[in-house]
Every structure is written in C-alpha cells, then in structure tokens.
Design a protein around this ligand. Structure first.
Ligand code: HOZ
Length: 433
C-alpha cells in the first residue's frame, strides 16, 4: 500500500491532461473527475480483489468498486474464467441466448417483485424504460421522484438529481426541454406528508413513484422507519405504481435487494451494476402483466443491439452464483459495520461531527452534526472538510468516491486486514483535519 511520502501522481496527471483535450472534462462520466474536491483524477492501471493500482504504481484499498458492480471483489478469478470461456464463443450474438435465460431465472428467483425481466445496457436505460412501462401500463403521465435521488441521465428523470448533478452543484441540465420534465413532480426524501400532498393534488394523473429505496446518490441515506411502507400504501390507494431503483441496492444490501431487506414489494424494479459482474448491463422487471406491455409481447417499444450481451450475462451469472454461497451477506455486513463503527469512534475522538450510515456493504460519511434524512440534510455536510479527508485517505492508499454525494461500497474481497489498514489511515487523517 502507498505511504504518504511515496504517493506520486505524475503519470496520472500526464494522462489526464491529454484526456482533457480528447474528451469533455477529460472523462466519460462526470463523477470521475475529482472536480468537486479540487483534485485531479487518479488513472487506474489494474484492479484485483479489494485493490486497485494506478499508473504511477500507487496501490489502493478500493471503496468505489467501479461504482458498485465489484461486490465479489475486482476481477474475481471465477468470473474471469467464465468470461474467458464465453469469449471463445464470440462477443455478441444479436439473437436469444441460453445465458439470457439463466440470468433472467436467477433475477426472477431472487427479487420478490420480478416475474419477468428485460435486460438493457445501463441503469439509465433501465430507469428510462421502467418509466415508459409505468406510463404505458397506467395510461398516466406524471411521476414522482425524490430530491437528490438519481436514476440516470434520461431527460424526464434529470430533475433535482443526485450523483454528478449534486456533486457539481449543477442546476437542472440545459438541453432538457421543459416539456419532458413538466410531468416530473418532486418531494424531499423521507417526507411522506409531501408525497401525500402531491397525490391529493395530482393523484389521478400520477403513473407512479420512482425512488432509491436506500439512497446512494446523495451520499448514503437510509429510509426512515415507515417511509417505504407509506409509499406502498399511497400508491395502492391511488392506483399508481411503485418503482424501486435497485441499481445500487440490488444484490448488495441483500440478495433480493432492498425489497427483500425491508419486506416491501414494489411493482417495478430496476437493476444494473452487480448483475453485470463488471460488464455494462441494466435490467427492469415487474409482474408478467406489466412486463407484457413491452414489445414484441405488447405495444410499448424498447430495443437494444447489445442488450442481453453474452459476456455481460456470463459475468452476471457467475457473480450471482458467488453471492449465493453461505455466509456471504453476513460477512459483508460484519466487515462493513466494523469499518463504520471504527470510523465513528475515530471521528469522535478527534472532535469531528460526522453522520455515518451503513446497511450491508453500502455506507457513507457526512461531516455535519445534522442527522441525515434527505438531500437538504446531506448538503449541510462540510464539503471542504470532505475534500481534505478524501485527499488524506488517497495519499495513504485508500480510494474513496471523489464526491461527498456518493455512497461507498465494500466487497467480499475486503479482508479484516483491509479494514484495519483503512482505520489506521482514517486515524491519521482525522487527526490532521
Ligand atoms: N450512478 C453512479 C454513481 N452514482 C455511476 C457513476 C457515474 O455516474 O459515472
């Protein structure tokens, strides 16, 4: 692991400087840019297990996990072997494949709300299509989303969004016509009264609610007791649909996602990240009746050249097989809890007001004394302090998401030793803040 004195960034800087001439902001996704923490991105060269190595030779314990997919650790040997075998048969078929059936069955068996699934190529696509199904099925246009929740970058969902939009403090994006967002209603997360009010005013026009059942895109925010139950009741009362965006939480906070963990079954679910085992994937699922709205079974159109790609399906199948092994979720919970308990103690010892939340292999740290229930609370975090914390951890070989408004992830590859090393680094950094 990197020691503070050995930390070098010359190669990363050189590569990023070239990248800036070639791609907007030098990146292919804004949250990678380190812009909000006044830094330069680190350019990775190789990832394996809980570790990442950059082009300058620095080694990190990685808590980003390629933004969520790497729950078994990076480049798990069994996933890599399965991919080698699949590669020998070609990279894309553009026809039905047995791999699609296998992963579909695994997803359907795991996720309570899903009787049928459609595979797409990203979480954005999954949420965009889920919304279209919700509208097609109900014959209604309006939808409700929550401030600071992020469901990808499709026009109608890019309203008061989290993730990179929150990180960069951008207002709603230019290029999104008002007409596409005029049916998008928003409420503060965890605020059932605000949702009730929206339904009292617009109830007969609302197709449904889409939310992150546990928020990862404002930083980590857990649902308050009764919030998910309340949304389930309201949607039922008004004949609207409830959609859980489980792109982050699916197969992470339990094998069956947030809906298994909290015992609330939505009507529609979106997935991504873990089910592709590190390859590009997304999926939406619901009851047979809802899903058969989609072409060619029904009239609602959606398509994709690489959807159900055999490599992504293979990596997904192997990843889910690994997650079915006994003790997996207990290990994730125990190690992540050890880490967050340790961080809390260290912050307290050094007099830093922090809010640290955690469920299973997902957690977040806010530098504020205000308990976090919604995006406004998250925004009270001291982002300058976060930036200094981030830099200090980076220099000591701990790789965290370069934004206050992103959750952190652990994996099965994070060992007790990794957690201890992370806490040692945090001890030094918190002492210096
Ligand atoms: N939505 C994920 C982060 N919150 C993926 C990372 C990205 O946007 O690049």
């Amino acid at each position: 692991m990197t020691s503070q004195t050995a930390f070098k960034t010359t190669q990363s800087e050189e590569i990023f400087s070239t990248a800036q001439k070639l791609m907007p902001g030098g990146v292919n996704s804004p949250v990678r840019a380190f812009k909000s923490i006044n830094g330069q991105p680190i350019v990775f060269d190789k990832v394996e297990g809980s570790r990442a190595w950059d082009v300058d030779g620095n080694e990190y314990i990685d808590y980003v996990g390629t933004w969520g997919p790497a729950i078994c650790g990076h480049a798990h040997p069994e996933v890599i072997n399965a991919l080698h075998e699949a590669l020998n048969k070609g990279t894309s078929f553009g026809t039905p494949s047995v791999q699609e059936n296998l992963l579909a069955e695994m997803v359907i068996n795991a996720v309570p709300s899903i009787e049928m699934v459609r595979f797409v190529n990203s979480g954005t696509e999954a949420c965009m299509t889920a919304l279209r199904v919700m509208r097609a099925y109900t014959g209604r246009d309006k939808i409700v989303k929550f401030q600071g929740n992020y469901h990808g970058h499709a026009d109608m969902l890019l309203v008061q969004a989290g993730s990179g939009v929150a990180t960069l403090g951008l207002p709603d994006s230019p290029g999104v016509p008002k007409s596409t967002t005029s049916s998008t209603l928003t409420a503060p997360y965890n605020d059932l009264e605000a949702v009730k009010k929206l339904f009292e005013e617009h109830g007969n026009d609302i197709a449904g609610i889409m939310l992150e059942p546990v928020v990862g895109n404002s930083g980590f925010i857990a649902p308050d007791a009764g919030f998910l139950e309340g949304l389930r009741e309201i949607t039922k009362e008004y004949g609207a649909l409830l959609a859980f965006d489980e792109v982050m939480t699916g197969f992470r906070i339990a094998y069956g996602g947030a809906q298994e963990r909290f015992g609330i079954t939505p009507d529609v679910t979106t997935l991504g990240k873990i089910i592709g085992g590190g390859l590009p994937v997304g999926a939406l699922g619901a009851s047979k009746e809802i899903m058969e709205m989609i072409a060619p079974a029904g009239p609602m159109y959606q398509s994709g050249t690489l959807s159900g790609n055999p490599l992504a399906m293979t990596a997904g199948i192997k990843t889910l097989e690994l997650l079915q092994r006994p003790g997996v979720y207990e290990q994730l919970e125990q190690r992540t809890q050890k880490l967050t308990n340790g961080l809390k103690e260290i912050a307290q010892k050094h007099g830093h007001a922090v809010q640290i939340g955690q469920i299973s292999a997902m957690f977040g740290v806010f530098f504020t004394d205000r308990p976090i229930h919604n995006f406004d609370d998250a925004k009270t975090s001291d982002v300058d302090k976060f930036a200094r914390y981030h830099r200090g951890m980076l220099e000591r070989g701990i790789y965290l998401a370069p934004s206050q408004f992103e959750a952190a992830f652990t994996s099965l590859a994070h060992s007790e030793e990794d957690i201890d090393k992370t806490l040692e680094a945090a001890e030094e950094v918190m002492a210096s803040l």
